[in-house]
Design a protein around this ligand. Structure first.
Ligand code: GLU
Length: 476
């Protein structure tokens, strides 16, 4: 085996990529980067019936968006291509010949109906169905119109999984599985072994569902006399209740949905990496480089990792706060309300400085900031739903706003003078902030919440603030 670590992500193009799928890719990528190795993308499209149009582009897009760059893949030429299995049929047929010549593969002459009958018989007898129990005495030559089966040599296996530890299985796990189907395409069981070998993959990371088939794979490696790669099987990502594997039906979202909602690449990577992995410290927020440095298969946990969207939301907020304003400006560009179009970047940056603390995902930006760019219509509910304000009654609210307007009109709207004026207003009106500041906030923003009042008013500016207060007064 070559010394350079080479890992791969080998998705089937059968639909969108969700967090569970991408975690396998991320772990393989992190391992390759940690080891200064290479990461390969291979498309496993041998089950053409299950193929969903557009999936390959989608997979490539997701990897690009997450920054999981690959050294070889369908669109990145390399020494061991092609990297799409349907373009490698001659290679599988060549390896099939090797097995046939060794007497380790034979033509399956049963019809699908006959096989089904045999399976039903086994079920009736409460026995596991093993095709090898029905293997014909004399093996027919393969005419390529029938499936080609592996002639297994049943035995017990003990093997080491880099995540799950020492595993074993008895002979009943070994069977004469199909290598090449009657349509000429290889099965996953055959193709991935050939490809991992030809592509010099050193570490195979894949989902838990394949673990039961490993004894068959080991049998095939032996039959082909090829050295097997290290095997690593991270446990499944579980739904939020933690009781079953995260699936599309269970609300697993397309990864691109998170991107469209304004989750940051760095937060998604951090969140997904920590689904079932930790470095043994209490650290929760990692940059991509920190993850590369810290990652190792030895600290991938053996039990399932629960997918908690609230945690992702929290983590995204943390990553947003770690950005400089210029970085946040770049990330936020497509999330501004349309009213922000005519404002320059320096004004937008002031707004960003104010909302950075409270943004959890960037799609919130439009709603949180619209009032900085446009006068929103008076929303009577904001006062009506505020018990304390409602109790004071309109006349008193009006009075308070008139006093506030007078005071603020004497202010130069620098942050210090605004802070002073607002504090003086509390004394003059003898009202608590929960009343006075809420009222001024509502009048000046018409939004249910805003960043701190003085800071917000400083950005909104004097003329605009005063005219909005005026508007509110006229509406009380
Ligand atoms: N093509 C398989 C799948 O998408 C991948 C298995 C593997 O990584 O070997 O489930």
């Amino acid at each position: 085996m070559s010394n350079k670590v080479r890992t791969r992500f080998a998705p089937s193009p059968t639909g969108f990529i969700h967090v569970g799928n991408i975690r396998t890719a991320l772990f393989a990528w992190l391992l390759a980067k940690h080891e200064n190795g290479q990461f390969i993308l291979r498309i496993e499209d041998t089950d053409q019936k299950r193929e969903v149009a557009g999936s390959i582009e989608h997979i490539i897009n997701c990897l690009k968006i997450l920054g999981l760059d690959y050294d070889e893949g369908p669109d990145v030429p390399g020494k061991y291509g092609p990297y799409i299995q349907s373009q490698r049929l001659n290679i599988y047929h060549r390896w099939a010949e090797v097995l046939i010549n060794k007497g380790r593969a034979y033509s399956d002459t049963f019809t699908p109906e006959e096989i089904n009958d045999l399976r039903q018989q086994s079920i009736k007898q409460h026995k596991p169905f093993l095709f090898r129990n029905y293997r014909p005495q004399t093996l027919s030559a393969w005419d390529k119109t029938k499936p080609l089966r592996f002639k297994s040599e049943p035995k017990d296996y003990h093997w080491h999984d880099e995540v799950m530890g020492d595993l074993s299985a008895g002979q009943e796990a070994i069977d004469d599985f199909v290598l090449i189907k009657s349509d000429g395409f290889p099965t996953y069981n055959f193709a991935h072994i050939v490809d991992d070998y030809e592509m010099k993959i050193t570490h195979v990371l894949r989902g838990h569902e394949f673990i039961a088939s490993v004894p068959n794979f080991l049998n095939l490696y032996e039959a082909l006399s090829i050295e097997r790669p290290y095997l690593a099987t991270p446990p499944p990502v579980l739904n939020s209740a933690g009781n079953k594997k995260l699936s599309k039906r269970d609300g697993a979202k397309d990864l691109l949905e998170y991107i469209n909602d304004g989750y940051l690449q760095s937060a998604l990577i951090n969140f997904i990496a920590c689904l079932g992995w930790n470095d043994g410290s209490v650290q929760e927020i990692y940059s991509k480089n920190e993850l590369i440095k810290a990652f190792g298969l030895n600290r991938v946990q053996k039990s399932g990792a629960r997918f908690d969207e609230q945690r992702l939301l929290w983590m995204n907020g943390m990553h947003i706060r770690n950005l400089s304003i210029d970085q946040l400006a770049i990330q936020s560009d497509r999330f501004w309300p349309k009213e922000a179009d005519k404002y320059d970047q320096s004004y937008k940056n002031k707004v960003l400085e104010l909302v950075q603390e409270r943004l959890k995902y960037l799609k919130e930006l439009a709603e949180l900031t619209r009032f900085f760019f446009v006068d929103l219509p008076i929303n009577p509910d904001l006062i009506n739903n505020n018990k304390k304000l409602k109790e004071l009654g309109n006349d008193q609210l009006k009075q308070l706003l008139i006093i506030a307007t007078t005071k603020l009109s004497e202010c130069d709207f620098s942050l210090t003078s605004l802070t002073d004026s607002l504090n003086q207003l509390l004394i003059e009106t003898n009202q608590p902030p929960a009343i006075l500041f809420s009222l001024i906030r509502i009048a000046s923003t018409q939004a249910p919440s805003s960043p701190p009042l003085a800071e917000s008013l400083a950005v909104i500016g004097k003329d605009r603030t005063l005219s909005r207060l005026e508007q509110q007064i006229n509406n009380l």
